[in-house]
Design a protein around this ligand. Structure first.
Ligand SMILES: [Zn+2]
Length: 251
């Protein structure tokens, strides 16, 4: 398989869509290869069934135009940062050979998001060590591979971003990926009520959809564009051209 340029790794299918779908779409529009590895099927979700969620994930995957979407099938709820789970992720890093990995921040409301962050932290490092041996699906030993950059996307908790990407040109499709997960939100842009008898969750509360849009608008304003997606990373971000950081027309 040809290498993947940007790989999103998340605890649940819909995490990448809610947090940084615009970044995935912008990369795709720029001719890059993109993929997502979901750690679980989110079988503990309050709303929807595994089947309905699977269809929603397929729909979002199509909108994103992903070159691959994988699921490690780890049990949802209390994801363990075990050696076994690190090895599962190493196998995918070595198979997909991503240059950039997008993953949750280490401080998050949902403990599984924090666990996903830690698994990526460990797997992205150990994947580069030749003496940690793994076997591919073809039964052959895998070559070591370490992603060049790990960027953390923003979920529930906010952080001071290290960089903000302009996603204005893909924003309509970006919001379509959120709407794809309709069983989770129970209401969309039109603010329709969830059906009576259905349970309200964090995701179905009034204004959730608008919150996603408002956050993108907020971070877009910070860099002088319409919509932006914030990221955090360890250390400094290097650039080759000073003018590549100019996104504003007005100072
Ligand atoms: Zn999640």
């Amino acid at each position: 398989m040809t290498h993947i340029d940007i790989l999103g790794v998340a605890a649940h299918p819909d995490d990448v869509e809610l947090s940084c779908a615009g970044t995935m779409l912008a990369a795709k529009a720029g001719g890059k290869r993109t993929a997502i590895v979901d750690l679980t099927y989110a079988e503990l979700s309050t709303r929807g069934t595994l089947e309905s969620r699977g269809k929603e994930t397929d729909e979002a995957t199509k909108i994103l135009g992903l070159d691959g979407r994988y699921n490690l099938g780890i049990a949802d709820g209390n994801i363990e940062t075990s050696k076994e789970n690190v090895r599962k992720l190493i196998k995918y890093f070595r198979m997909l050979r991503p240059t950039i990995v997008l993953c949750p921040h280490f401080s998050e409301r949902h403990p599984d998001h924090e666990a996903a962050s830690e698994l990526v932290h460990q797997a992205s490092f150990y994947s580069g060590l030749a003496k940690i041996e793994t076997t591919g699906d073809d039964g052959k030993p895998q070559e070591p591979h370490r992603p060049l950059m790990v960027l953390h996307f923003m979920q529930t908790y906010i952080f001071e971003p290290k960089l903000i990407l302009d996603v204005s040109s893909v924003f309509e499709d970006r919001m379509r990926t959120v709407q794809a997960y309709r069983s989770q939100f129970g209401r969309g842009k039109d603010g329709q009520k969830i059906a009576s008898g259905e349970r309200e969750t964090f995701l179905t509360q009034s204004g959730f959809y608008e919150w996603i849009e408002a956050r993108a608008r907020h971070y877009g304003m910070q860099i002088g564009v319409q919509y932006g997606e914030p990221f955090w990373c360890e250390g400094a971000v290097g650039i080759k051209d000073l003018f590549s950081i100019i996104t504003k027309n007005i100072a």
